[in-house]
Design a protein around this ligand. Structure first.
Ligand code: DGL
Length: 264
């Protein structure tokens, strides 16, 4: 069986690439809902419905044993319900994991932490809830950074700098020790963020932490990981495909990305 990775669009390819790099032996299927991206400004219900359709496709059509929801907005707004309702009723023996809990585990190591994400992720307060479950002493400061997704998709690093300055400014006065990048697209701006933030502030980037935590999870859950096939393949499935989407897929995943069009 394969490992599925779901995202609202292409940003999750950055994390998919780092997961594959750490565990190249497995078979992966990436599903990006490029037709309906962005999820960041949609209602709870819409994000749940779209995410459920993506997970269902990966289970039914691609025979995935596990699906990793790389999208923070979907992890924040749909994951719990998918695990507690959809999975229990339809695929009790399979797993769906998100990216928020591993990020929260990293944040909980600090006394003062900042988080940026889409409006949907920040207003859901899910990061705060997850961090507080682990460490009630961590002080959490959040700021939505809505313009970064479209800028990343246009490859606009320089034009993003004034927005990054604006979004990161409130954190400086809060004396944070670490900043979590709570969105699939933000690792694209890691260098620019590094330049803006004081050197002593650690950047928590999901492409650096999630693969390792996933590997540990597979070791702790052999009942899941023993089902994985080891053919070293990666399929990229998208719900909309244009020349630009193809170009961006290669930029974020690598030259071997050959996206295929599917219908959810
Ligand atoms: N994948 C989304 C996230 O990580 C960003 C793009 C979107 O808004 O759909 O929150």
């Amino acid at each position: 069986m394969k490992i599925g990775i779901f995202d609202s669009g292409l940003g999750g390819l950055i994390i998919a690439r780092s997961i594959r790099k750490m565990m190249p032996e497995y078979d992966y299927v990436y599903l990006g809902d490029t037709k309906r991206v962005p999820y960041g400004n949609r209602s709870h219900e819409a994000v749940f419905e779209f995410t459920k359709q993506g997970v269902e496709y990966l289970f039914k059509k691609e025979n995935c044993a596990i699906v990793i929801i790389a999208c923070n907005t979907a992890s924040a707004r749909a994951l719990r319900r998918i695990q507690q309702e959809y999975l229990v009723q339809n695929f009790p023996e399979r797993k769906v994991l998100g990216v928020l809990v591993p990020t929260a585990e990293e944040c909980a190591k600090y006394k003062r932490v900042g988080i940026i994400g889409t409006a949907g992720t920040i207003t859901s307060n899910t990061f705060v809830d997850e961090i507080e479950k682990l460490n009630t002493k961590t002080k959490i400061f959040q700021n939505p950074a809505p313009m970064l997704v479209p800028l990343a998709e246009e490859g606009e690093k320089v034009r993003a700098v004034p927005f990054l300055n604006e979004y990161l400014k409130p954190f400086k006065a809060k004396k944070i020790e670490a900043l979590a990048l709570g969105c699939t697209h933000y690792p694209f701006f890691k260098k620019e963020i590094r330049k803006i933030l004081p050197k002593n502030i650690k950047i928590i980037s999901q492409d650096e932490i999630v693969p390792k935590k996933l590997k540990d999870y597979f070791v702790r859950h052999p009942e899941i990981s023993k089902q994985f096939s080891k053919g070293k393949t990666t399929k990229i499935l998208l719900t909309d495909l244009t020349k630009n989407i193809e170009k961006l897929s290669k930029k974020w995943f690598g030259k071997d990305a050959k996206p295929e069009l599917i219908k959810l």
